[in-house]
Design a protein around this ligand. Structure first.
Ligand code: BGC
Length: 773
């Protein structure tokens, strides 16, 4: 746990340079715009602890699998989002000395991520090793308005001496992924060129034996220099090395003069191998953004952020740390995924680090989709669904590799292009509940938006394929007279190869029921489309539906009659039951215990039975939810960041306000305070959506019931007021909660009827209604 970030409503501020935490700060201060992203690295050379990170969305490399013991069915490669060309680099030489903050005496240092405006700002005053004070000020952003473009303003002032200063803006493709399996580099150079104040590099991912497409990325830069904000004459010496282009400008600077470099960059990715076309496009893009100039680009970028915040801000009064935490989460989610491209998705670390390979997990469906449904246009969540639709054929092939037939689909645990990349048998082959989350997201989208066109045009094919998988994955147990599902891993990864994981069995049966419902609906509303689906999927209407009904009616769910709780899996009660409190000093158990001990223990990594109860809450009575919560929460160690938010939402619904707040706190500042000692690897982007859910679904009780938006808000004791913005079916609401009232302000022009507590209220477009709590 760290506590060095200054609490502020809109900014993440590092006051004074915390050298030892530099990689943490770099993660926290990452910038992105959905198309590209980067860690908060310094522009100038830094020889201290740093993880250089620049990423281009959707650009990855199939790194050959590395495992101890090969098992049939393992994927050949792990797709990794690539650390790409460093375009922020600016080398500075003062006299003969290269500027390196690691070697200077730092007198004043502030690094600020401004979340309202999407900028990263750094102000430093320092003394050089050989004497002489200088001041540095840099501001940069990845433009939300021109999403292939970015800009930096970098100023240097020699405070008390005159000197020759050489400043070299550059592009450098000599970078490697820290997580490379075999210490290999992943880029080849296709083209390099520089001219007076411009440079271009085209890099291509290396060929691979897996038939995975190669990406070409053109990175271009253009720069200009001003002294004391006036145009100046200068010469630039082009530098060309392998995978490197730069332009060195030497200036005779007087004490007190401010030299400012404006560096504009573009990143364009392609897969068609046409280098000329790519170069041409990069140059045209640069023409456009440099034509605008820094100030206009910045103004448009700020305006784009203002529009985002209008849609999704959460204001918390009375608790600055909580305010900063929630905005930090919303900010990073919005800059990781903008929903403009259905081939992109959300890696658990977004653009902030390499861990998890930047690939897609079930996190998207179970956590991120609810966030984007409420905080962005419906097309954003829809594109996330289309992403999986486009991977359907691969999911069918993935199932075939494991022996499934007849169009059954198993979506991968980890993927970039639809192919499985995960390579631990207990997860790759057994953590199959992910299939259920993908089906659930189709339902969640339809329920929230009321848009049935997605499920009938696309979703139905995904549902049929997943249902076919469940049908083949269960087997009939004569001994039980029931269907069972053997050898699985539930969401709780601290149990592997268990039989009848309650959550997996439940979501499997739910998928079958929902698929039947969708088919019946389509039969009534658009039988022609249903006929197309039947033909396309070679669907045996009566036979397959009959089989599914039989499973629905005869599935086994482990349950304990004495405790009246669902059992996480068969045999769970044979364990020695303890509570987390009994082992406090030994946590996190994944860093202190052997894997064997973890597996045999009762301790739960993340919500499992409770994950199911959260998703299917309407199927259970309050007392049933309470019993299960009281049984499982004391055994849950929450060693996945995806866990506390689910417990927070359930606790809030049960009126366990203290518990709900405790769980909320564990996610809200997880990265800001480096709770798990791993922020340096990157941020927990997908669980940030869980933090948002803790507030909106937890404290404010947001649900959709019978097609109506429903809120059941309360004010956590620690706050004096909070408000949030959500969209629902074309209306945009601002909801303000105080101790005694809820005010719903309809910011849009579209009227809305909703439930607040047990009251049905009508809020005309532009109007407000207040309800007493
Ligand atoms: C969790 C998974 C999750 C993955 C990526 C793991 O620690 O157990 O549920 O999908 O992290 O966030």
């Amino acid at each position: 746990m760290k506590n060095y970030i200054t609490h502020d409503d809109w900014c993440i501020i590092e006051e004074g340079f915390h050298e030892a935490n530099n990689e943490i700060s770099e993660s926290l201060m990452s910038l992105g715009n959905g198309r590209m992203g980067q860690r908060g690295n310094f522009e100038e050379h830094y020889s201290g602890k740093t993880l250089l990170g620049n990423y281009v969305a959707g650009v990855y490399f199939p790194d050959k699998t590395r495992v101890g013991w090969w098992k049939n069915g393992y994927p050949n490669y792990f797709a990794k989002v690539l650390n790409a060309c460093n375009w922020v680099g600016i080398d500075v030489k003062i006299g003969e000395e290269t500027l390196d903050l690691n070697k200077c005496l730092i007198q004043q240092f502030t690094r600020t991520l401004n979340m309202k405006e999407g900028t990263l700002d750094r102000k430093v005053t320092l003394t050089l090793p050989g004497g002489g004070a200088i001041q540095l000020h840099s501001t940069r952003f990845c433009s939300m308005a021109d999403d292939r473009g970015a800009a930096i303003r970098y100023s240097i002032t020699l405070l008390d001496f005159d000197e020759i200063v050489t400043i070299t803006p550059y592009l450098d493709g000599n970078i490697r992924n820290r997580d490379s399996n075999y210490e290999e580099t992943f880029w080849n150079e296709l083209h390099r060129e520089t001219s007076f104040s411009e440079g271009h590099l085209i890099l291509e991912t290396k060929p691979n034996p897996y038939g995975v497409e190669q990406f070409q990325v053109a990175t271009g830069m253009r720069f200009n220099i001003r002294i004391n904000d006036l145009a100046t004459d200068y010469q630039s010496l082009p530098i060309r090395n392998e995978k490197y282009v730069g332009g060195a400008v030497t200036l005779d600077l007087r004490a007190g003069q401010e030299m400012t470099l404006y560096k504009y960059a573009v990143n364009l990715a392609a897969t068609d191998g046409d280098t000329d076309k790519l170069l041409e496009s990069a140059k045209t893009y640069l023409d456009r953004i440099t034509g605008k100039g820094f100030s206009q680009m910045l103004a448009e970028h700020q305006a784009a952020w203002a529009r985002k915040w209008e849609f999704n801000d959460i204001v918390i009064e009375g608790d600055k740390a909580a305010q900063q935490g929630i905005r930090f989460n919303i900010f990073h989610l919005q800059q990781t995924y903008t929903g403009e491209d259905e081939t992109l998705n959300i890696g658990p670390k977004g653009f902030t680090g390499e861990k998890y390979g930047g690939s897609t997990y079930w996190d998207t469906e179970a956590y991120c989709i609810p966030f984007y449904l409420s905080t962005a246009e419906s097309g954003v969540a829809r594109n996330l669904l289309i992403y999986r639709y486009k991977h359907l054929q691969k999911a069918i092939e993935n199932a075939q590799k494991l022996g499934f037939t007849g169009g059954a689909a198993l979506y991968p645990m980890v993927t970039m292009n639809g192919e499985e990349c995960h390579n631990e048998w207990e997860i790759t082959f057994e953590e199959i509940h992910r299939n259920g989350a993908i089906a659930f997201a189709i339902y969640d989208y339809t329920r929230y938006t009321g848009d049935e066109s997605y499920v009938s045009q696309y979703g139905i094919e995904v549902l049929i394929a997943i249902s076919r998988f469940w049908k083949q994955r269960v087997n009939w147990s004569t001994q039980k007279g029931k269907y069972v599902m053997l050898g699985v891993t539930g969401p709780n990864e601290y149990e592997n190869n268990v039989n009848n994981n309650w959550y997996t069995n439940y979501i499997a049966v739910w998928t079958l029921k929902y698929t039947l419902e969708v088919i019946n609906n389509l039969w009534e509303k658009d039988s022609a489309r249903l006929n197309d689906v039947i033909f396309k999927t070679n669907f045996d209407l009566n036979g397959e539906m009959g089989d599914w009904r039989h499973i629905i009616d005869h599935m086994y769910f482990p349950y304990d009659d004495a405790k009246r709780v669902f059992l996480q899996q068969q045999g769970f009660l044979d364990k020695h039951l303890m509570t987390v409190e009994d082992i406090t000093p030994e946590r996190p158990i994944n860093q202190n215990w052997s894997w064997d001990r973890i597996l045999r223990s009762c301790f739960i990594k993340q919500a499992d039975v409770l994950q199911g109860i959260y998703l299917f809450e309407e199927d259970f009575q309050q007392d049933e939810i309470r019993r299960n919560f009281d049984f499982y929460e004391p055994m849950t160690v929450h060693e996945s960041s995806l866990s506390p938010c689910v417990h927070a939402i359930l606790a809030a619904g049960l009126g366990l306000k203290e518990k709900a707040y405790e769980m909320y706190l564990r996610t809200a500042r997880l990265d800001l305070d480096d709770y798990n000692n791993d922020t340096e690897d990157g941020l927990h982007i997908t669980s940030m959506a869980g933090t948002w859910m803790s507030v909106v679904k937890g404290f404010a009780g947001q649900r959709v019931r019978q097609g109506l938006l429903s809120l059941k808000p309360y004010l956590p004791e620690q706050w004096s007021r909070y408000s949030f913005r959500i969209g629902f079916r074309g209306s945009l609401l601002s909801v303000e909660v105080t101790q005694n009232t809820v005010e719903v302000h309809n910011i849009s022009q579209q009227d809305l009827t909703l439930m607040v507590g047990d009251e049905r209220i009508f809020v005309a477009g532009g109007a407000s209604e207040t309800v007493s709590l």
